[in-house]
Design a protein around this ligand. Structure first.
Ligand code: NAP
Length: 248
């Protein structure tokens, strides 16, 4: 029996788990950071919470006799990915990064590429007065001193940290439709979108909606991926798993 650890938190991780769950000679465990409350997964194959850095993950891989690791975390979960690379090397097991491709830019897109959230905040004065902010619950403090800008902030979980001076917070989990995103942008009179270059289908509608309304999008670029093998799709990850008889 091959034991697979999937580092999750993405739709791709769920799809991968679903696909391998019917493999007779493979036992898969899905790991979540535990940021969201309802991961909606069979509890028997789920673990939650950090491992305790590289040392903790290395110990986990050894103690649980994990044979193979697939890092299917979000493109912006750079710390976890680097730790997974280091820990799998130490434990001497194969590891793959499943990294969804970034969104392709359409000729009518008005993207302003920035390298991080801090730079995104710096680009807003003069660009927009009502901003749709979809960068997650982290790093919101960079926007907190932009007193002349009103923010619509959408997160999966409620936000507990310091918010921008003028802000309205809504909670929602994708997938979102382009029609509804256009309606949302119009309802709140939004004149710019700030998003991470996450890629994927579930949250693309806001980008398409911004394009439809000719709005600028401040696009935060991805951190560098970890070294080692990387595949873009779940099917590629399944093929990698099958090769070299990593799994039946
Ligand atoms: P991160 O900065 O790379 O990781 C921070 C710490 O969270 C890690 O050092 C690790 O703690 C723990 N962690 C992260 N992913 C984990 C997992 N799958 N299982 C167990 N522990 C995990 O990650 P993040 O950006 O905070 O993202 C946290 C989770 O949310 C990830 O699973 C990611 O896939 C998901 N997510 C992130 C984003 C995003 O924009 N960053 C968006 C959607 C979903 P220890 O050091 O204690 O092991």
């Amino acid at each position: 029996m091959t034991k697979l650890l999937i580092l999750g938190g993405t739709a791709e991780a769920r799809a991968l788990l679903g696909a391998v769950s019917v493999w007779p000679d493979l036992h898969a465990i899905m790991s979540f950071a535990g940021r969201t409350r309802h991961p909606n997964i069979d509890q028997g194959i789920l673990r939650r919470g950090g491992f305790g850095g590289v040392d903790g993950l290395t110990s986990y891989l050894r103690d649980e006799s994990i044979d193979v690791l697939i890092d299917a975390t979000h493109p912006f979960a750079a710390r976890m990915s680097m730790q997974a690379e280091e820990a799998s090397n130490r434990a001497g097991i194969p590891r793959l990064k499943l990294l969804r491709p970034p969104w392709a830019k359409h000729p009518k897109d008005r993207w302003i590429n920035v390298s991080n959230t801090e730079e995104a905040a710096r680009r807003l004065p003069g660009l927009a007065r009502r901003v749709f902010l979809t960068t997650g619950h982290r790093d919101l403090e960079y926007f907190s001193n932009l007193n002349d800008i009103w923010f619509l902030i959408r997160t999966i979980e409620p936000i507990g940290q310091r918010l921008p001076h003028q802000a309205c917070c809504i909670q929602a989990r994708g997938p979102f439709s382009e029609k509804n995103e256009i309606a949302l942008l119009k309802e709140y009179g939004i004149d710019a979108l700030v998003t991470k270059a996450s890629g994927g289908r579930l949250t693309y509608a806001k980008v398409a909606a911004a394009r439809a309304l000719n709005l600028p999008v401040v696009m935060i670029q991805r951190p560098n991926p970890p070294p080692g093998p990387i595949v873009p799709t779940v099917d590629d990850a399944l093929a990698w798993l099958r090769q070299d008889e990593r799994a039946a």
